[in-house]
Design a protein. Structure first.
Length: 98
């Protein structure tokens, strides 16, 4: 159990810091919403037609996850090729080991 103590302490510190940061931002943030803050940002140009609805946050989360995993796969593929050191790969990415 003593071997896991530093990991447990780091986990408690990380969760504590995250909760303290969220709490401080909630307490210290201004709560007055103005019409300018509620309007969608259109790069300084006033919109000609109001949008029917805003894009949901889920759309942006899926897009960011796609980009993260796409970049991760690019790096992992290079690592796989380097580790296999020139061995041939089949369509499933498995090497033909003899």
């Amino acid at each position: 159990m003593l071997d896991w103590l530093p990991i447990l302490v780091m986990l408690v510190v990380a969760v504590g810091f995250a909760l303290a940061s969220l709490g401080a931002s909630y307490i210290l943030s201004p709560k007055n919403a103005t019409p300018e803050k509620l309007a969608p940002y259109e790069c300084g140009i006033f919109p000609e037609v109001e949008p029917s609805q805003r894009f949901p946050v889920k759309f942006y989360m899926v897009a960011m996850l796609y980009i993260v995993f796409d970049i991760e796969i690019i790096f992992l593929l290079q690592l796989l090729i380097k580790l296999l050191d020139g061995q041939e790969l089949n369509l499933c990415g498995q090497s033909h080991l003899v």
